[in-house]
Design a protein around this ligand. Structure first.
Ligand SMILES: [Zn+2]
Ligand SMILES: [Zn+2]
Length: 141
């Protein structure tokens, strides 16, 4: 079974096969800035589960001032939509943004493991749901 999605302009499409490893809702300042929202929501897969097609895919390498490690963000060079990322801290992992799937309702704490991370920088107007585990920073720390 393949779950499909894509950017808002339609130039880039992606697919993910099999079950997601987890869903991470990240409240760090960097995710707030990159999304322009209160948090980022990334569905985490192994790289070999994910395929991306379209000739407008661009990437930006961000290096964390805190950890010094890189994170390669994919986005549509035409419309700017987030298309997930790969990260040095978790080799072999590829995320896809939950809201960019054609059917985001398939992601639910009843079906996948959900985690709120970096809640130390959570906005106080961005409430946490009771049914998701919460971490001050990352769960790997
Ligand atoms: Zn696009
Ligand atoms: Zn983050």
């Amino acid at each position: 079974m393949e779950n499909e999605g894509g950017c808002v302009c339609g130039a880039v499409r992606f697919g993910a096969t099999g079950e997601a490893l987890r869903v991470t809702i990240c409240h760090c300042n960097w995710c707030q800035r990159r999304t322009g929202s209160a948090f980022g929501i990334e569905v985490v897969y192994r790289e070999d589960q994910v395929s991306v097609s379209g000739d407008t895919v661009s990437t930006y390498r961000h290096v964390s001032d805190e950890s010094g490690r890189w994170l390669d963000v994919a986005f549509c060079g035409r419309c700017g939509s987030n298309l997930g990322f790969t990260l040095e801290a978790a080799p072999g992992i590829r995320t896809l943004p939950a809201g960019a799937f054609d059917d985001p309702s398939q992601f639910s704490p009843e079906r996948q493991e959900f985690r709120h991370v970096y809640i130390r920088s959570r906005r106080d107007w961005s409430d946490l749901s009771d049914n998701v585990a919460v971490y001050e920073q990352h769960f790997r720390d």
